[in-house]
Design a protein around this ligand. Structure first.
Ligand code: UD1
Length: 417
């Protein structure tokens, strides 16, 4: 298993290009199942989760081709509506094939995702929504088996705001008979990106980006060409890294408007930000100030940025509270940050972080995707050498992260293992 060796200490300086968003690309790849025509996606990040999804779709019979950020998918000869356990267990977002498969082919068998490092993460809302649309659902030998001759439009109230739940049901509804209304829908920008692509494919969708999405089903969808939106979490991760280490960095190919809550917190921490049409420049002089964080669905502060702000707070001036409201077990990075000398107390879903002047390098273990990013940031700011093990977690969601940080002057290298 590969590791990172990091020599911490210096500020970050330079320019970095932000990749396309993993969480927008994954549902869009699955949307290819909705049409026999070709779907061309641009700005696709090169990541393990993307190749896993491409592999899953190819196993079903989807023709997948392309390189260098462009992927073409054609689902004209799908022969297997199955997402097996060995793929679903490595990537929970595989559940996103469920809605499109039932809607177009009338049947799907998708391994039921188990719990994961950050919480139990059930998919009951995906299933309840499909049942309301007339699908018959049973759990057989660990698989979700869903059948429906033709899905029917329905009014679906989501008990909790679920991003992939909203995406799955929105995709299914594009080919359902009649009108579907999703209430308490997720407002995340990735839902909007998906809706925009589906509309280019001929879907009738209103309200994406609000908490009520209305979809008028159509008989079939066309192909389209769509450029994936910038990754707001990768953007935020680089911004917080600069806030923690100090320095001056220009981020390009991004969109500040996707990160209002994150940018507000960075300003509160003392960073100076200049926002362009597709750039963000950040300057941080000296130690940041500790900031309180409370995660919640978009447009509030994203759970996927919580661990990185925790890492920043460990070296900040003052103490701050971090409250995680989305996932029940998303403080796995705390134990590892403590190994660097961080002072963090946890009570339930709240962590009190007391900033200290200097962390010290140590050997750390990555536990999940965003937690790994926080460890990398903390290692960049700690004195001396750190080793981060199990970085396959980070490769799931950050494109070329070591070269991007090295381009900003960080001393980081991959040790193949
Ligand atoms: C997506 C993102 C992930 C992010 C999360 C929250 C993708 C591929 N992943 O994950 O990076 O951290 O949104 O912003 O886009 N829940 C249920 N029942 C369900 C579905 C969800 O109880 O059927 C709960 C979850 O356990 C969690 C909360 O709802 O507590 C939100 O989860 P959800 O928005 O569904 O997360 P994902 O879509 O899996």
């Amino acid at each position: 298993m590969d590791k990172f060796r990091i020599q911490g200490g210096g500020p970050l300086e330079g320019q970095v290009r932000i990749s396309g968003a993993k969480n927008a690309a994954l549902p869009l790849l699955c949307a290819s199942l909705l049409t026999e025509k070709s779907l061309v996606l641009e700005n696709v990040p090169s990541l393990r989760d993307i190749s896993t999804t491409a592999h899953l779709l190819a196993q079903m019979g989807v023709e997948v081709s392309g390189n260098a950020g462009l992927i073409e998918l054609k689902a004209s000869r799908v022969h297997d509506c199955v997402a097996p356990y060995d793929l679903v267990k490595t990537m929970r977002a595989s559940i996103l094939v469920l809605g499109p498969l039932v809607a177009r082919f009338g049947e799907a068998r998708v391994s039921l995702p188990g719990g994961c490092a950050i919480g139990s993460r059930p998919v009951d809302l995906h299933l309840k929504g499909l049942q309301l649309m007339g699908a018959k659902i049973s759990i057989e030998h660990g698989d979700i088996h869903a059948r429906a001759e033709k899905l029917k439009g329905a009014r679906i109230f989501m008990d909790l705001v679920s991003v992939t739940g909203t995406e799955n049901l929105m995709m299914a509804a594009t080919l359902a008979q009649g009108v579907t209304v999703i209430e308490n829908a997720a407002r995340e920008p990735e839902v909007v990106d998906l809706a925009e692509a589906l509309m280019k494919m001929g879907a009738h969708i209103e309200g994406a980006g609000t908490d009520v999405i209305t979809i008028q089903g159509v008989d079939s969808l066309e192909g389209c060409r769509h450029a994936i939106m910038p990754d707001r979490i990768e953007t935020g991760t680089f911004l917080v890294a600069v806030a923690a280490t100090g320095g001056k960095v220009l981020l390009t190919h991004t969109k500040a408007g996707l990160l209002d809550a994150v940018i507000d917190k960075l300003k509160e921490a003392g960073a100076v930000l200049s926002l362009g049409s597709d750039t963000i420049e950040i300057v941080q002089d000296g130690r940041p100030k500790a900031v309180n964080i409370r995660t919640a669905p978009y447009p509030a502060f994203p759970t996927d940025m919580q661990a990185q702000f925790m890492a920043m707070n460990t070296v900040a001036q003052g103490s701050a509270l971090i409250t995680e409201t989305i996932f029940e077990n998303r403080f796995m990075h705390v134990q590892e940050l403590r190994r660097l000398g961080a002072r963090i107390d946890i009570e339930g879903n709240t962590a009190m972080v007391h900033g200290c002047a200097q962390l010290q390098g140590a050997t750390l273990m990555a536990t999940d995707l965003r937690a790994s990013a926080s460890l990398l940031m903390a290692a960049l700011v700690a004195s001396g050498e750190s080793i981060i093990e199990r970085i396959y977690h980070i490769d799931r969601g950050y494109e070329d992260i070591e070269h991007k940080f090295a381009g900003l002057g960080a001393k980081i290298e991959r040790i193949p293992g």
